[in-house]
Design a protein. Structure first.
Length: 80
């Protein structure tokens, strides 16, 4: 765990608390082999977030397409 804490500039207990929250949420799984604790991401736990992001992407792409159409219309009107 020290290997995870060092690059963040956070103290080990702080990192351990964060990892505990992630594990309780089912986003990571940890295992211990002797003195070494390993953390792994649980990819299927991220599916709801990915679904939400995909929905948001669709909404915003549609909005940006409509904005582009509107701006192009205004530019054409200025030319005439």
């Amino acid at each position: 765990m020290t290997g995870l804490a060092n690059p963040t500039g956070l103290r080990l207990p702080t990192v351990m608390r964060h990892l505990s929250v992630l594990e309780q949420a089912g986003l990571i799984a940890t295992s211990k082999d002797g003195r070494v604790r390993t953390c792994e991401i649980v990819p299927e736990a991220l599916v709801p977030m990915q679904t939400w992001l995909d929905e948001q992407r669709t909404i915003w792409e549609s909005r940006l397409d409509r904005l582009d159409d509107y701006v192009m219309k205004l530019m054409k009107e200025r030319e005439t």
